[in-house]
Unconditional design. Structure first.
Lengths: 264, 207
């Protein structure tokens, strides 16, 4: 039986081996290579024994006190503010919603010639556009959370690669922030609260390394599970579905409703 | 900080760029311990590790406008710190050996034989046995690694970084980085061989 080299075994332990399955099968059969693998494991266990002493309480403040005098105050340029990547992303999403709302308002506008009714109709259209947009966002988030929850991990796996999930989470964070702010402005506290929790989970995933240990991966999953996030997202999604399924309010009803609200 | 509500890294970066220097404090307080742990493992002592943390955040502040915003701040400042730590390790090695620091590409290149370096400077079995703690043995073994090897193993093993990310810090390619990780593990094995033998026997396997 041909034994595996030290390099091959270390690559296997590191999760870098192209023939991981073959080596795994070989280790099942070959006692000599298995013993060598155990010796390699001893080294990894020894690495874990390298303790880093905690820098103590007040460390963060101490670092700040030391570096603050070296940090010259930055003068803001108006274009920095305008062209901040985060702002551009949000602006793009907002522009898309406004354009869509405008388009749909234009399509549904001619139902009535009365200006008040048109205005109420446009508001209704905007709400429906937002419902659809938030629903889609929650659908994408739910999909990502489900994939994370159901991701298989092999026994003895050294690292779990979550780079693609992480990238998707990064993309969803900005979108989520926009919808959370919109929900807050609309006074929908329930939705804003779920979106807030979702945002924390998305940031948690987005800020993780590309590859995590199975323990770190489990910890992320547990945090999401403990919040019951998937369930909450589904509840909000269900609510949005119901609102979406409702027939569009008659413009006269909206106008009457608006008048009633003004009276009170 | 005036704000009591935790703000995201992205907002803290924006505010800093808008002239609110205190917003940067949020970033320092949020990420300094992660950077410190990595720096400690690279530098081997608290004093140098703290210096790396300070310098990394000062550099991050000065280069904040270059921060693309599409990566997360924690990863970015971690990389800055890792790069600075490599430079400091080189500088220290050069000072200790009384030689000029070798240029970066050559150090991890084919001319540098890591095994020779280990053979010359490896802690003897006596030295290893004399070390009271396993952690101490590991620290001594880490000292024997070249700065890129040490960076690679710290980032890989303790901080769970991907090969691509390590390659970026080392200014290398993924295949060369895999080799660097392998060499680091191999050197540590050789350096800790006496300990390993004892441990392996305890586990019921002979060396």
């Amino acid at each position: 039986m041909k034994h595996r080299t030290e390099k091959e075994l270390i690559a296997y332990r590191e999760g870098n081996s192209r023939e991981g399955e073959v080596i795994g099968a070989h280790l099942e059969e070959c006692a000599e290579c298995r013993a060598e693998m155990e010796r390699i494991e001893v080294l990894y266990a020894a690495m874990d024994a390298l303790h880093v002493p905690e820098p103590g309480e007040g460390f963060d403040s101490r670092i700040w006190q030391k570096i603050a005098p070296r940090l010259e105050v930055k003068r803001a340029h108006w274009w920095d503010e305008l062209l901040a990547p985060r702002r551009l992303g949000v602006a793009g999403a907002l522009a898309a919603i406004v354009l869509l709302a405008f388009y749909m308002g234009w399509r549904t506008g001619p139902h009535s010639n009365a200006p008040g009714i048109q205005h109420a109709g446009a508001g209704n259209v905007r709400e429906r556009v937002l419902i659809v947009a938030v629903g889609e966002h929650l659908g994408r988030s739910e999909m990502m959370l489900m994939e994370l929850e159901n991701a298989p991990t092999r026994q003895g796996q050294a690292r779990v690669n979550i780079a693609s999930t992480q990238k998707r989470a990064e993309g969803l964070v900005e979108e989520n922030r926009l919808y959370r702010e919109a929900a807050l402005q609309a006074g929908d506290r329930g939705m804003a609260s779920t979106l807030d929790e979702l945002e924390r989970a998305l940031l948690d995933i987005a800020n993780s390394p590309d590859e995590v240990t199975p323990e770190q991966f489990e910890a992320i999953r547990r945090r999401i599970e403990a919040q019951g996030l998937l369930f909450k997202v589904r509840v909000v999604e269900q609510g949005l579905e119901e609102r979406k399924a409702k027939p569009e309010a008659n413009p006269q009803e909206i106008q009457a409703g608006a008048k009633e609200r003004k009276k009170t | 900080m005036a704000d009591e509500v935790a703000i995201s890294d992205a907002i803290a970066v924006e505010r800093t760029l808008a002239g609110d220097r205190d917003a940067f404090r949020v970033l320092v307080e949020r990420h300094s311990r992660t950077v410190y742990r990595m720096a400690y493992r690279m530098m081997g002592n608290a004093h140098d590790a703290e210096e790396v943390v300070q310098e990394a955040f000062v550099r991050a502040y000065r280069k904040l406008r270059q921060f693309a915003g599409n990566a997360n701040f924690g990863t970015w400042v971690y990389r800055i710190a890792a790069n600075y730590a490599i430079d400091r390790m080189r500088q220290k090695k050069a000072e200790e050996s009384g030689l000029a620091a070798p240029s970066r590409p050559d150090e991890d290149g084919p001319q540098a034989d890591p095994m020779n370096e280990l053979a010359d400077g490896a802690p003897s079995p006596e030295r290893l046995v004399a070390s009271a703690q396993l952690g101490e043995r590991m620290r001594a073994a880490l000292e024997m690694l070249s700065p890129p090897e040490r960076t690679a193993i710290v980032m890989r093993h303790w901080d769970g970084c991907g090969i691509e990310e390590i390659a970026t810090v080392l200014k290398s390619n993924p295949n060369a980085t895999k080799n660097t990780v392998f060499r680091a593990v191999q050197k540590l094995r050789r350096a800790l061989q006496p300990f390993q033998e004892g441990k392996a026997r305890a586990m019921g396997t002979e060396v």
